[in-house]
Ligand binder design. Structure first.
Ligand code: IMP
Length: 429
C-alpha cells in the first residue's frame, strides 16, 4: 500500500493523532490537505508533549517530508509560532513544505469569524474562532490571498488593499468593530511571508513524485466527515472537506492515487459546537464518559458533547467518504458500564429510517433506535490481542463491524502507542 488517507468518521476529535503518529512511522511523506489551525493534535515525543495544529505529524523524523497542501488555510502567525516551539525543542523543521497555492488566514478573517458568530446569536455554529470559514469564503469568492501572493510584495499589497476596502466597510458599517490598518498589517504579514519563504513550493509536484516512486504517502485529514461542508450536518460544519475526496483537491492528486481510506472513530460519539446530535447523552452516562475520557477540546478547551455510537451516521460517513476500514479508539473507556448502546437506525415520525436526513428539522425529530449490549468490568488497558478481550467486548467490536460494514484494523485500549490491538497492518496490501 503506498497511500493511506486518514479521516475522522464522526464529528472530529476521534483520536486521529494517535493513528497518524503510528502510521507516520512507516511513511515517507505526511500530507495535510484541508482545514487549518482549528485542528489540534497532541503528540508525545522524547518525553515532551507537543500540540500541533498545522504542522503534519511526521515532522519529528527528519527523513520524512511534511506537506501543508493547497487545501489547507494557513494562518502565517500561528504557523510561525508552531515552528518556533519545534525549533526550540531542536526539532529540524527543514522537511516542511507549504503549498504556494494555500490560502492565508489573516486577522480580518478571525475578526469576521467572531463577528459573524456574535451576530448569529443562538443560531451560532460554535466555531473555533480561528477565521477558517471567512478564509474559505474569500477563496470561493476569488478574492483570497495565497501563499505565493504573500511572497510578491506588489501582489500582496494590491490584494490586501482591495480586501481591506471590503472588510473594513463590513466591520465599521455592519459589525460595529474597528477597521484594520493597511500599513500595519502589510508590514507584519509581509515579514511573516519572508520567514516562511524557504518552505513554500508547488507541493502537488512533490506529492505526485512520491506517489510515482511508490513511496508511502500518508494523507492526514482534520476534523471529521460529519463536519464536512457538503456531507456533514450543514450549516453546523466546518468550511472544508474532511472526506477522502478532500485529499484529491487539497493535495493536488488524482483519484487513482488513493488506496486505503481509514476512518478513525470512537466507540461512542462526541461533538463540540452546536448542531444536531441524535444520540446525545445528557445524563450521568454522558458525564461519566466525558470525565473518564477527558473529553474537552484540544484547541478551545470546551467540554465535548457525548453520545452513543451512531451507526446511521457511520454508514453515511462510509458512503460519502469511501472509507474502507475502521480504526476504533477508546474501548477502555466503556469498562464498567452495565450496558452499552449502539444506534442502528432512526425513527422519524413513526417510520424507521436508515439514512441521515439533510434537513435539520427532520434530524431534530429523529429518535435513535438502540441495540443494547452487555458491558464488561475488566480493565483492558494492558491487553494487546483481540482474544484477550472479555467476550462482551469482543461481541461489541464484532457488532460495530457488522453495523458499519467496515473491518476493524486497530482497536485502541489506551493513549500510548503500545496500547493498540492491531488486527491488520494498514500499509499491507
Ligand atoms: P470552524 O472549523 O472553526 O469554522 O468550526 C466549525 C465547526 O467545526 C464547529 O462546530 C467546531 O467546533 C467544529 N470543529 C472545527 N475543528 C474541529 C476539530 O478539530 N475537532 C472537532 N470539531 C471541530
Amino acid at each position: 500500500m503506498s497511500s493511506i488517507v486518514i479521516m475522522g468518521s464522526q464529528w472530529g476529535d476521534e483520536g486521529k493523532g494517535k493513528m497518524t503518529d503510528y502510521l507516520a512511522q512507516d511513511a515517507d511523506m505526511v500530507v495535510r490537505f484541508q482545514g487549518g489551525n482549528n485542528a489540534g493534535h497532541t503528540i508525545t515525543f522524547n518525553g515532551n508533549t507537543y500540540k500541533l495544529q498545522l504542522v503534519p505529524s511526521g515532522i519529528f523524523e527528519p527523513s520524512k517530508v511534511n506537506i501543508i497542501g493547497n487545501g489547507v488555510v494557513v494562518n502565517p502567525q500561528a504557523l510561525l509560532k508552531e515552528l518556533q516551539i519545534l525549533k526550540k525543542a531542536h526539532v529540524d523543521t527543514s522537511n516542511l513544505k507549504i503549498s504556494s497555492r494555500a490560502h492565508l488566514i489573516l486577522p480580518y478573517h478571525i475578526q469576521l469569524d467572531i463577528s459573524q458568530e456574535k451576530q448569529r446569536g443562538k443560531g451560532k455554529v460554535g466555531t473555533t474562532h480561528n477565521g477558517i470559514g471567512p478564509a474559505y469564503m474569500d477563496k470561493a469568492a476569488r478574492i483570497g490571498i495565497r501563499m505565493c501572493d504573500l511572497l510578491e510584495k506588489d501582489t500582496f499589497a494590491a490584494k490586501l488593499k482591495e480586501n481591506l476596502v471590503q472588510k473594513n466597510a463590513l466591520f465599521t458599517k455592519i459589525y460595529d468593530e474597528k477597521p484594520f490598518d493597511f500599513d500595519e498589517l502589510f508590514a507584519q504579514y509581509y515579514e511573516y511571508g519572508q520567514q516562511l519563504k524557504p518552505y513554500v513550493t508547488d507541493t502537488s509536484v512533490l506529492v505526485n513524485q512520491a506517489l510515482e516512486k511508490h513511496q508511502k504517502v500518508l494523507f492526514e485529514g482534520a476534523q471529521g466527515v460529519m463536519l464536512d461542508l457538503d456531507h456533514g450536518t450543514y450549516p453546523y460544519v466546518t468550511s472544508s472537506n474532511p472526506i477522502a475526496g478532500g485529499a484529491l483537491t487539497g493535495a493536488g492528486v488524482g483519484p487513482q492515487s488513493l488506496q486505503r481510506m481509514v476512518g478513525i472513530c470512537k466507540v461512542y460519539s462526541t461533538r463540540v459546537g452546536e448542531g444536531p446530535f441524535p444520540t446525545e447523552l445528557k445524563d450521568e452516562t454522558g458525564d461519566y464518559i466525558r470525565q473518564t475520557a477527558h473529553e474537552y477540546g484540544t484547541v478551545t478547551g470546551r467540554p465535548r458533547r457525548i453520545g452513543w455510537f451512531d451507526a446511521v451516521a457511520m454508514r453515511h460517513a462510509k458512503r460519502v467518504s469511501g472509507m474502507n476500514c475502521l480504526s476504533l479508539n477508546l474501548l477502555d473507556i466503556l469498562t464498567g458500564l452495565k450496558t452499552i448502546k449502539i444506534c442502528t437506525a432512526y425513527e422519524l415520525d413513526g417510520q424507521k429510517i436508515d439514512y441521515y436526513p439533510a434537513s435539520l428539522k427532520e434530524l431534530e425529530r429523529c429518535r435513535p433506535v438502540y441495540e443494547e449490549l452487555p458491558g464488561w468490568e475488566e480493565n483492558l488497558t494492558q491487553m494487546t490481542k483481540f482474544e484477550q478481550l472479555p467476550e462482551n467486548a469482543q461481541h461489541f467490536l464484532k457488532r460495530i463491524e457488522e453495523v458499519t460494514g467496515l473491518p476493524l484494523i486497530t482497536v485502541s485500549v489506551g493513549p500510548s502507542r503500545e496500547q493498540t490491538i492491531i488486527l491488520q497492518d494498514a500499509w499491507e496490501e
